[in-house]
Ligand binder design. Structure first.
Ligand code: ADP
Length: 618
């Protein structure tokens, strides 16, 4: 039995979103048309793909197209397509709920920064709702290409919507916007025409516009021909930009456009872009790549994970190849040798483009790197043949002059006898700069790289640069004696009394802290700070451990090594007064200080204050 009119309530997120949309900025409202046209084009592409295997699906309605109609008299704009359509359940699932996990983040960002860009709405799979920027109510009449029934979805964009069976003769979707008073500028057909050419010129289906109050015939507005098949010299920058905005749903200017024709063993055309800004959804875990795969102009899928490495997922674009069969099913794209070869081709091409970019426009490249480096470095974590190339592209801030440098630059800055690349990994740059671990390196002018992305901890485990290993300065003893150790020399001159005091202190600390730390050693690297915590050589790097803990509570805490600075006045003072002071308190005080310097929270801060006070008073 067919259900008749049903009233349904929007999912809470949808209501929140609708509220935001209705209050969005005046100047941004025109994008509603772009979003609706883009949905219609997707519906046409889905149908065209399905019709490859089901020939009679198109029946007598085989020219896929989008019709826009406007009427000042009725105060309506209609957007109609003869694409795949939606069933009753599709209407409920697609226009009443939000499936994608990133959407909440978008809503929050929009809320907190009042004018965070509504333009990004398409990235979050909620573009349809932008129609409520201009409409007081919206009707969606749709007929699924595979079903006989058709349904009308209606809502004024507040809390609820209704669905009822209403006949629609032809397959596809007709959206009617009842334009609100403030938005009557959009009832002007010239205005609509300019919006369509501005945003949707390269939608690969004809878009017709008709003014219903006028007897004039409808006219085709968009260019329509696939841009990627055109000759480069016939394409203007604005065309490239618009196409980029269409396919990526990003709204910035492309930073670079990579358009080429691969001919040889495998033939394909590629039009790829580097974005200028970080898309808002870049780090969402369910974010896939943004490559659309076409076979001879027919859209096949935008969900082919094998077409580009995951670590290049921020690159939107189109690949069109005649070497893939038009009848291929999406499942068959997995482990497909042609796709594998295309992937290799575009990866190499993109990495070469990066190299040229880095060599020719260093500053611009750096800002690109700051946006996308964290993603590209994921390529060092997985096994692949591109490590050497990626390592030539990475950039890190260095301790000597705080500029971003390449590993090649680092090599040039290395001092005599240096055999390892020193790094400090922590996502908090200020913490690195103020860390005791860094002191001696600054003193001796030994360069240290700051690894501030969470991913660094992972790739560093399995990568070498040329003959150099990467060495964390927060893990294990760092042997700096080969760099000329003035400190040891100084120590030698110190009187025996002091040395024996320090030795006594070390023994006291070892004894008092034996449950908490694995060893106490005399520091060769501290210059300003009294103490330092250090991971065991065989143990996990301190920051790696913190990171693992964030993801998995069960990571055991490994015991650290406590380094003490025998030149520090406090250490000297404590060692001289060992007989007079409470050993347990003094030991815990030093350990607490090391923990503070390491950015840890103390388990018993008031005890720390007590111990400190006592030491002062005595
Ligand atoms: P997105 O298009 O980014 O997924 P939208 O909120 O714009 O997000 O649309 C939600 C879903 O509704 C689409 O994914 C699609 O399945 C469906 N939809 C919207 N418009 C149409 C249409 N004209 N024809 C068929 N399905 C549509």
């Amino acid at each position: 039995m067919v259900k008749n009119k049903e009233n349904l309530v929007f999912q809470a997120e949808v209501s929140k979103l609708l509220d935001l949309v209705a209050n969005s900025l005046y100047s941004e409202r025109e994008i509603f048309l772009r979003e609706l046209i883009s949905n219609s084009a997707d519906a046409c592409e889905k149908l065209r793909y399905e019709s490859l295997s089901k020939k009679n699906l198109l029946s007598d309605d085989s020219d896929l197209k989008i019709n826009i109609r406007v009427s000042k008299k009725n105060k309506t704009i209609e957007i109609e397509d003869n694409g795949i359509g939606m069933s009753r359940q599709d209407l409920i699932d697609n226009l009443g709920t939000i499936a994608r996990s990133g959407t909440n983040k978008f809503i929050e960002a929009m809320r907190s920064k009042k004018n965070a860009d509504i333009n990004a709405i398409g990235q979050f799979g909620v573009g349809f709702y932008s129609s409520y920027m201009v409409a007081k109510s919206v009707e969606v009449l749709s007929k699924d290409a595979f079903k006989k029934e058709s349904n009308l979805w209606t809502s004024n964009g507040k809390e609820n919507y209704s669905i009822e069976n209403i006949e629609k003769k032809k397959r596809g979707t007709l959206i009617t916007l009842h334009i609100n008073k403030d938005s009557d500028e959009f009832l002007d057909s010239f205005r609509l025409r300019s919006i369509i050419t501005k945003y949707s010129n390269y939608i690969p289906f004809p878009i017709f516009l008709k003014d219903q109050d006028d007897k004039e015939k409808e006219e085709k507005i968009n260019e329509g021909d696939p841009l990627w098949l055109k000759d480069k010299k016939d394409i203007k920058q604005e065309d490239y930009k618009q196409f980029y905005n269409n396919i990526s749903l990003n709204f910035d200017d492309p930073l670079k456009t990579i358009h080429y024709n691969a001919e040889g063993v495998i033939n394909y055309k590629a039009l790829l872009y580097l974005p200028t800004n970080q898309p808002m959804d870049l780090f969402n875990s369910d974010r896939k790549n943004k490559i659309k795969l076409y076979v001879q102009k027919v859209f096949i899928t935008d969900e082919c994970n094998e077409i580009i490495p995951n670590w290049l997922r921020f690159i939107p674009g189109v690949i069109d190849s005649q070497d893939i069969s038009l009848n291929i099913s999406r499942e068959m794209l997995q482990n497909n040798p042609v796709i594998t070869k295309i992937k290799k081709g575009i990866t190499t091409k993109i990495l070469n483009e990066f190299t040229t970019f880095a060599n020719k426009e260093n500053n611009k490249y750096l800002s690109f790197w700051k946006n996308f480096g964290a993603v590209i470095k994921e390529g060092l974590y997985e096994l692949n043949e591109y490590h050497e190339k990626i390592l030539s592209l990475v950039r890190f801030e260095n301790s000597l002059d705080s500029t971003f440098i390449s590993l090649n630059d680092y090599e040039k800055k290395m001092i005599k006898n240096q055999k390892e690349i020193y790094y400090f990994a922590n996502t908090d740059k200020e913490h690195i700069k103020n860390s005791p671990q860094l002191e001696v390196f600054l003193d001796k002018k030994i360069p240290v790289l700051f690894m501030t992305d969470a991913v660094d901890e992972f790739w560093l485990q399995n990568v070498k640069y040329k003959k150099f290993d990467f060495k964390s300065i927060t893990k294990g003893k760092v042997d700096l004696s080969k760099f000329g150790d003035e400190k040891k020399g100084k120590n030698k001159d110190k009187n025996k009394k002091l040395n024996s005091n320090i030795n006594d202190l070390i023994n006291v600390l070892k004894n008092e802290l034996k449950d908490k730390i694995s060893d106490v050693i005399l520091s060769e690297r501290l210059t300003k700070s009294p103490v330092l915590l250090l991971a065991d050589e065989s143990g996990m790097d301190i920051n790696m451990e913190k990171l693992m803990k964030m993801h998995n509570q069960k990571t055991p805490t490994s015991k650290k090594i406590l380094e003490i600075n025998s030149d520090h006045p406090m250490i000297i003072k404590i060692s001289e007064n060992l007989k007079k002071i409470n050993h347990k308190k003094a030991a815990n005080l030093l350990l607490d200080q090391a923990n503070i310097l390491d950015g840890n929270t103390l388990s018993n801060p008031s005890e720390y204050i007590e111990n400190l006070t006592e030491l002062f008073i005595n």
